[in-house]
Ligand binder design. Structure first.
Ligand code: GLV
Length: 320
């Protein structure tokens, strides 16, 4: 019977399944992130680790992990784990694909709509008591969404789900850029494959759905923003470092682009102070792409299923 360490609060019913299989489970029952010292200490005794994408499972952690057999990352992304080090140590790494696609696409659209139609600013306006009635030139005139051009960077599962919302729900023209062409998106959604530069130049809304890799780090830099329409809105629900946050603040402050809907940040949980000051057409949320009860529960279930499988000597269900 094995020791499982969980770095964050997880639905108790899911952890019960580990206990029912005879494993000892220790969960860090506190809000916020685990400290480095604590992680290094706990990992040395554990045979399974359930962790967050904000936990850095790097070579040092792997080296300390003498008995570890599996790292079950509670996320679809896994750039927080040093895969080479884990592989060299014979540790399985798993993620939670599939269950968060539609939920994250919903949030993408929420940000797109909120930034375009200035929903958050308008909400604050009403709450402040400043609403004096309907008039033609009200203070919160926004940007049209329906029928506009939606640019998807990264036409994977989530990108396709966002494209579907745009095309079928809002009659948008979809263009996309990816390292591979997506025939299903082209057939079902009439999505058009374009170069990154063309996508920047043509899109009214640019939605980022690419994983963070060496190639995509700071894909959105000053040069990229200079190519975008001054009326365009950037939505990032993928990974913060895909966007150079300083360049984004510059682009918004100088009117190089019109707005942004941002769920992920370059140095989470820190947010560029310049970004915090911007309100017009800017909506900021705290990495909540997958944050519904149903989806977070499903993610926990997948992580536990993978741990149960590996500890039983079976193949993991979602190896990365
Ligand atoms: C969230 O960002 C995830 O990768 O699941």
């Amino acid at each position: 019977m094995a020791k499982v360490y969980v770095t964050c609060r997880v639905f108790p019913e899911e952890l019960e399944r580990l206990r029912a299989a005879g494993h000892t489970v220790e969960m860090r029952d506190a809000p916020g992130l685990i400290t480095r010292e604590k992680l290094l200490g706990k990992v040395s005794e554990a045979e399974a680790l359930i962790c967050l994408l904000s936990d850095h499972i790097d070579a040092e952690v792997i080296e300390k992990a003498g008995k570890l057999r599996i790292v079950a990352n509670l996320a679809v992304g896994y750039e927080n784990v040093d895969l080479a080090a884990a592989q060299a140590a014979g540790i399985v790494v798993t993620n939670t694909p599939g269950v968060l696609t539609e939920t994250t696409a919903d949030l993408t659209f929420a940000l797109l709509l909120a930034a375009a139609r200035r929903v958050v600013e308008a909400d604050a306006f009403v709450r402040s008591g400043a609403f004096y009635g309907w008039e033609l030139l009200q203070p919160h005139l926004g940007l049209e969404v329906h029928g506009k051009t939606l640019g998807i960077v990264g036409m994977g599962r989530i990108g396709t789900a966002v494209a579907r919302r745009g095309r079928l729900g809002f009659g948008m023209d979809v263009i996309y850029h990816d390292s591979h062409q997506s025939k299903p998106a082209e057939t079902e959604l009439q999505a058009k494959y374009v170069s990154f530069e063309t996508l920047l130049e043509k899109s009214d809304f640019v939605c980022v759905h690419t994983p963070l890799t060496r190639e995509t780090r700071h894909l959105f830099d000053r040069q990229a923003f200079l190519r975008m329409k001054k009326t365009a809105i950037l939505v990032n629900v993928a990974r913060g470092p895909v966007v150079d946050e300083k360049a984004l603040v510059w682009a918004l402050e100088t009117g190089q682009i019109a707005g942004a809907g941002i769920d992920v940040y370059e140095e989470e949980p820190k947010v560029n102070p310049g970004l915090l000051k911007l309100q017009e057409h800017v909506v900021l949320v705290p990495h909540i792409g997958s944050a519904t009860f149903v989806t977070r529960r499903a993610m926990a279930r997948i992580a536990v299923d993978n741990v149960l499988a590996v500890l039983a000597g079976e193949a993991p269900l979602n190896p990365v």
